[in-house]
Design a protein around this ligand. Structure first.
Ligand code: ZN
Length: 352
């Protein structure tokens, strides 16, 4: 049987059967070559400007044989050994590389911790730690970023959540009464009226977009936003002479005098002022809120990771899925990030 006759035969199968063949081929061929490419790309990215020791950043590095098929290196400066994956999310993992790839695929699809655990066949705690190891590393890799030209900015709010802080941690005391879970509890999350009744029980996330596709999305404060919060976010992150479209919030008031940018205020209730508007940022926020709904409220200390995850999805939304998997894997394994499971419980929310 040759390829043509196989294809001819495949066309006679129903959609379900064809899908099974497709999945098989994807698994066997695409994933196999993807694995090789990913490993090569991580190595190339990490050693982009010469071999570097992840422990002490020295360039005095030499090869030191292979262990379980992995190239080892030796640092002449600190005498420590390392591999291409030291201080990356899968460093120290006993699970196969294919499991990590499967997990990355689930993250590209935006699945919950539980759903990822079911698909990859790992426990929920493992799924949780993989998620935040990957996101911590990705956050380091893509960074806050900067914007220029025609920029839209606005803030959005998430309910402060201490989810996951109390169990197994005797030192933790709730700073406020716990939100009772009930049939209406989900509705109240993230649906507080904007700019009215903002309390310390909310976290402000500031997002800014420009027309070149750059995105900033950061937790900036707890409760009502002040000028100093906005200043801290934009300092060195907005190019001079940019045009910044914002709503009429008074926290932006001194931006134009302190930052050489042209401020275009869009009055409350109005959507457009000639070519200036905040429709892109409003639509980014509504996509973000809709996407976050599936996670049923994220603990504030992990919210930043979710902001970066969504930012990443938006940055590469036009890529094909296989490209997205490769990109997410490589980018999250390029930076040196050493998240340890024991650090999770004492983690604090990351405000910029
Ligand atoms: Zn070293």
């Amino acid at each position: 049987m040759n390829a043509n006759s196989i294809i001819k035969y495949l066309l006679t199968l129903d959609k379900n059967e064809q899908q099974k063949v497709f999945n098989f081929l994807e698994e066997k061929l695409i994933i196999g070559s993807l694995t090789t490419q990913i490993k090569e790309d991580i190595k190339e990215n990490r050693f982009a400007s010469g071999k570097v020791c992840p422990h002490c950043k020295s360039n005095e590095v030499s090869k030191n044989g292979k262990y379980k098929g992995k190239q080892r290196y030796m640092c002449k400066s600190c005498n420590k050994t390392f591999t291409d994956f030291t201080f990356s999310p899968c460093y120290h993992s006993k699970k196969d590389f294919s499991k990590w790839l499967e997990y990355i695929k689930c993250m590209v699809a935006g699945y919950s911790i539980r759903k990822c655990a079911e698909i990859v066949e790992i426990t929920v705690p493992t799924s949780f730690s993989w998620r935040h190891k990957i996101l911590d590393a990705l956050r380091l890799y893509i960074g806050t970023g900067h914007v220029s030209g025609l920029v839209e900015a606005d803030e959005t709010f998430f309910r402060l959540s201490y989810k996951g802080n109390h169990s197994k941690n005797a030192l933790f005391t709730m700073p406020r009464k716990s939100n009772k879970r009930g049939p209406n509890s989900k509705k109240s999350i993230d649906e507080e009226p904007k700019k009215r009744g903002i309390s310390k029980n909310q976290v402000a996330v500031m997002c800014a977009l420009d027309r070149n596709g750059n995105i900033i999305s950061e937790l900036i404060c707890n409760g009502r936003m002040k000028y100093k919060d906005v200043e801290r976010l934009f300092k060195d992150r907005i190019e001079e002479k940019s045009i910044l479209c914002i709503d009429s919030h008074k926290s932006y008031i001194r931006l134009d005098s302190n930052f050489d940018v042209d401020i275009q205020k869009i009055e409350t209730g109005k959507f457009k002022k000639g070519i200036y508007h905040i429709q892109h940022i409003n639509s980014y926020h509504s996509r973000l809120k809709k996407w976050m709904d599936r996670f049923n409220g994220v603990a504030t200390k992990y919210l930043n990771n979710y902001m970066y995850w969504f930012k990443w999805i938006e940055l590469f939304k036009t890529d094909k899925d296989s490209m997205k998997c490769k990109r997410l894997f490589v980018q999250s394994h390029t930076s040196y990030s050493n998240t340890k499971i024991e650090d999770f419980k004492n983690r604090k929310p990351l405000y910029i």
